[in-house]
Design a protein. Structure first.
Lengths: 195, 806
């Protein structure tokens, strides 16, 4: 499996992914073998069912949303580039960014982009605002059965109240960033990718 | 509530005292002559005239008592009951069990009972012979640990676990032994007669750690999974190592002189013992799995095979004097995976319950006896020796963890930080094994009583002091990082969202590697092992396996009893209407409200990756509530999204409502192009080892009989899976497929297996077999999705079962 994987991934592709995402060579190869092992149809792309087959995602309260985040709007399949692009959000932030040649575009794993990823887990209709219902949906997913709807509603109201500065009853992305300014997002939303 | 519980406790204590007194008085009885069949109690007057002692009584005695006949089973039962009552009693005050680990409480009760017995000059029952302990009391505990070991995390960390267990125990024993020997040379303590071998033997005994109490603390404080599994595994395996070392050293103490060749032989013996134990265990595991392949007709005794085979593995290992603990653990590990696929749902539950029960009772009894024996045994106290033993035990454990971690950290994907190391070192409580080994020391060791006393002191010290203090310490260390006071609700919610996301991404990436070997093993497993050992060898589905594990029948009860409606879709609908007139005045939130909210959130938000926690409480069966809830919710949301109502009002209902698990807009049809999957590959990404999967072949499954009875369950609950199955079944019969109804009826008379999961499996198989014949259909009816072909594994995304051809 390992050998087959590396022959299918060309060096140029690896280089491109490296430049775009900042992963190292070995990380990319490793993630590629993971990609292929998930890809049951063996057609080089992953569909939602491939993701759903991962059992831990099934019991993750936000499993479906996470899966959905891999698929850009409306598409059903994600190829390896897209897969890596999404995963790149979770790369730890290094102090010395080697790829300074990308300094005009923000690296995928910057704080803002990480926050944007989290924001989009709430914001399904992509209107750049978290409405009360979207918030309620996510809350409901994260919370056990013992909470009544009224309680959840008050919590949602309070959340919006705390964050909403322009009074539109929704949380915009800037408000979201502001509310989380004290949180160490870089550390919370990073995982150590194995070499 | 307080008053009644206190009274309950008093009553309970009185009852315990009474029981022990009763026991105490009974224990005198065996000294009476037991030759006669009937023993006339001195209190009761005879029915006839008092005969001379030599004459035989001719009348029929109306009341006789024959205690000696039942003595042994009776006493055993009484002791077990007493210990179990103690366990009940602890939970009268939940706060007690929170702060004080259960082992402490058991030992305390044991001390009390021991004190009572001592005061009436009774001796404790002679159960603590070597044979009784090693043949009867130890196997259930080890079987319990082995059976409920989470296999996947374990195998991912097997190197670390073995490293700590084997090398760590060796380090501890030799270190403590040597230092104690050095101490013995000091004349002031008066223990010069203890030679090196005896010291080493003693050191081996006290280096067996038993962090049972610590595990529950770790679980509550949710330490990371790695630490958890390493501590758990170390606990398990160092029992084996200790016993091996013990037998080695006790053999060595017999010998007057130790030569270097003996050391080599010792190492060789160690390898033989360890690997031989594993080999035997795996062998018996396979035999057990093979046997269960044929037990479909004798479901009632299926659990028996599990127990008999594991016990047999233990005994055979004892026969050859190889590590029986390793044997039984490996047997349980091997067996579990295959057996849980072969046996019925009920047998599976029975096995788990009985394993837990036996393990719990053994452990309880041992700690209880520890307390009793402490008071009633002969002690020999030696300040110097004992205090230094305590000191060295601590020092060497701490040093050992430190050094070993430094060495192994580079090889680990997630290295241990200092907090983890502290947790591991401080969690080194001693327990049952040390006690038993000390008690069963051969009598020819001169200072046996000293050793017993020292062991008991160490156990009591670690269990009480460390056990009680570890929780506050761990919380103290952890709490430093987060400062709850200044968290807003936003931060709490969003950080939890992030944590769940990260857990999901990590799982998605499959962070824990060793993929190559795992893939190889899984291929071997699929091609050869599963064919031989499983009754129905089909592709596994971990999602269905999850359902199986979660026992959806219970989950339906949750739905019934949950206050309020947990399927959020209706509430979202109502919110939708609210949204239209959502110009509510801004609510004012008081500080009390805020505090409530924080409390609610912290208590009710799902923990991250509960799967670890669910395995690890040693005294409880795995708790799957969170998983159930999540899965049911997803399930019901999918179903809801497929209802015709939702389709029709698709334009009206805003997208955010419709999407629960699916992106807005599209129907399921377009999502799932029918591609057939090879069943062999279907499981590579799943944690197959941990989740034995489904059997999907419909033909020769005899356990599908319960499908029919589901109809009789009557009330079609909106969100219940029973509903789903009923409808789908009706759908199936309505489909007019000839084979289906016949085979359904054919299996009506089959046996009792009624796991809902089996139904799901059958569902999927039906779909699988059907899909080949049918083209896609268009209109989804009101009921739930049915599995599609290329996603046979995921019931959550099944296509609706519709009456096509319309």
């Amino acid at each position: 499996m390992g050998s087959r994987a590396s022959t299918l991934l060309r060096e140029e592709e690896i280089e491109e992914i490296k430049k775009e995402t900042g992963f190292s060579h070995s990380q990319i190869t490793r993630l590629y073998s993971r990609f292929t092992s998930l890809d049951k149809g063996e057609n080089g792309t992953l569909s939602r069912e491939d993701f759903q087959r991962i059992p831990e995602l099934a019991i993750n309260p936000l499993g479906d949303r996470i899966i959905n985040a891999f698929f850009p709007d409306g598409e059903d399949q994600v190829n390896f580039r897209g897969f890596m692009r999404t995963l790149a959000h979770f790369r730890p932030v290094e102090d010395n960014e080697k790829n300074k040649n990308l300094s005009n575009t923000e690296p995928l794993n910057s704080r803002t982009n990480k926050l944007h990823f989290a924001f989009q887990l709430y914001d399904l209709d992509r209107d750049d605002k978290i409405s009360r219902d979207e918030l309620l949906q996510v809350l409901r997913m994260m919370v056990g059965v013992n909470i009544s709807d009224e309680q959840l509603g008050s919590i949602a109201d309070r959340t919006i109240q705390e964050a909403d500065t322009n009074g539109d009853g929704c949380i915009s992305f800037t408000e979201f960033i502001k509310v989380l300014e004290k949180v160490d997002v870089e550390q919370k939303m990073s995982i150590r990718f194995l070499h | 509530m307080d008053l009644s519980s206190r009274r309950g406790v008093d009553l309970f204590v009185i009852f315990c005292v009474f029981l022990s007194l009763l026991y105490g008085s009974r224990a005198e009885v065996p000294s009476r002559p037991t030759a006669s069949v009937t023993i006339l109690p001195p209190i009761k007057p005879d029915n006839g005239p008092q005969p001379y002692p030599e004459e035989e009584k001719s009348n029929l005695p109306v009341f006789t008592m024959n205690y000696s006949r039942i003595q042994i089973p009776f006493e055993i039962t009484l002791w077990m009951l007493l210990a179990s009552f103690a366990k009940i009693g602890f939970h009268v005050y939940p706060k007690i069990t929170f702060w004080v680990p259960e082992s402490c409480l058991l030992v305390s009760i044991g001390l009390i009972v021991g004190g009572i017995m001592y005061s009436v000059h009774e001796k404790p029952p002679a159960v603590l012979t070597s044979n009784v302990f090693f043949l009867y009391m130890l196997p259930p505990i080890v079987l319990d640990s082995g059976y409920f070991m989470p296999t996947r995390p374990f195998f991912e960390n097997v190197g670390t676990v073995l490293w700590f267990a084997v090398v760590g125990t060796l380090w501890n024993s030799i270190g403590i032994g040597m230092s104690l020997f050095a101490i013995c040379q000091i004349e002031a303590f008066g223990v010069q007669d203890i030679n090196l071998q005896e010291n080493l033997l003693f050191a081996t005994i006290i280096s067996a750690v038993d962090p049972v109490a610590v595990l529950s603390v770790f679980e509550d404080v949710s330490v990371n999974e790695q630490l958890y599994i390493v501590v758990f595994g170390e606990c398990l395996f160092n029992d084996a190592v200790t016993v091996v070392l013990y037998s080695m050293f006790s053999f060595v103490t017999e010998m007057p002189v130790v030569e270097p060749v003996d050391v080599f032989l010792g190492v060789a013996r160690f390898l033989v013992v360890g690997l031989g134990g594993m080999g035997f265990g795996v062998l018996f595991g396979f035999v057990a799995a093979f046997t269960t392949r044929f037990t479909s007709k004798v479901r009632e005794i299926e659990p028996l095979f599990i127990f008999m085979y594991s016990y047999l593995a233990y005994l055979v290992a004892e026969l050859f004097a190889i590590s029986s603990i390793m044997a039984i653990v490996c047997c349980a590990l091997t067996m579990k995976y295959y057996v849980e696929e072969n046996v019925s749902q009920r047998s599976c539950t029975t096995i788990r319950h009985v394993v837990k029960m036996l393990g719990a009772i053994s452990e309880t009894l041992i700690f209880f006896f520890l307390g009793v024996v402490t008071i009633t045994t002969e002690h020999e106290w030696n300040w110097g020796y004992i205090l230094f033993t305590l000191l060295f035990a601590f020092i060497w454990r701490g040093l050992g963890i430190l050094v070993l971690t430094q060495i192994i950290n580079p090889f680990r994907t997630i290295p241990f930080n200092t907090k983890d190391q502290f947790g591991m070192a401080y969690g080194g409580l001693r327990g049952a094994i040390s006690f038993a080994l000390a008690f069963t020391l051969p009598d020819n060791i001169g200072r046996k009583h000293l050793f017993v006393t020292a062991t008991i002191v160490i156990i009591l010290f670690t269990v009480f002091l460390q056990g009680i203090s570890i929780r506050p310490l761990i919380e103290f260390i952890n709490v430093r990082r987060t400062n709850r006071k200044t968290d807003t609700i936003n931060i709490e919610i969003h950080t939890r969202l992030m944590e769940h996301t990260m857990a999901g991404i990590e799982d998605l990436c499959g962070q824990w590697s060793h993929y190559y070997w795992k893939d190889k093993f899984m291929k071997f497993n699929n091609r050869i092992l599963r064919r031989i050992l499983l009754r129905d060898n089909r592709a596994e589905s971990s999602i269905v396996a999850l359902y199986k594990k979660l026992e959806l029948q219970n989950a339906i009860e949750i739905l019934d009893t949950a206050s309020g409606d947990i399927s959020a879709a209706p509430s979202i609908i109502s919110l939708q209407e609210e949204k239209k007139n959502s110009t509510k005045p801004k609510k004012k939130f008081l500080a009390a409200d805020l505090k409530n909210m924080h409390d609610i959130l912290s208590k009710n938000m799902y923990k991250i990756r509960e799967r670890t926690v669910s395995y690890t409480s040693k005294h409880a069966l795995p708790n799957d509530n969170q998983r159930r809830e999540i899965l049911i919710r997803r399930h019901s949301s999918i179903r809801r999204s497929l209802r015709p109502g939702s389709f029709q009002t698709r334009q009206i209902v805003p997208k955010s409502q419709k999407y629960f698990s699916l992106p807005p807009g599209e129907s399921l049809n377009s999502r799932f192009p029918p591609t057939r999957q090879s069943s062999a590959d279907a499981q590579e990404t799943m944690s197959e080892v941990a989740y034995p999967g489904r059997r999907s072949r419909f033909g020769n499954r005899s356990s599908s009989g319960a499908m029919m009875p589901l109809h009789r369950l009557g009330t079609l609950k909106e969100v219940s899976s029973v509903d789903f199955l009923n409808e789908s079944e009706r759908g199936s019969t309505g489909r007019g497929s000839q084979s289906r109804p016949q085979s359904l009826r054919h299996h009506l008379s089959a046996d009792d297996n009624n796991g809902l999961v089996d139904e799901m499996r059958i569902r999927q198989v039906e779909e699988e077999e059907e899909e080949e014949e049918r083209p896609q259909a268009s209109q989804p009816p009101a009921w739930a999705a049915e599995p599609r072909d290329e996603t046979p594994q995921n019931p959550l995304l099944r296509r609706p079962q519709w009456n096509e051809k319309k």
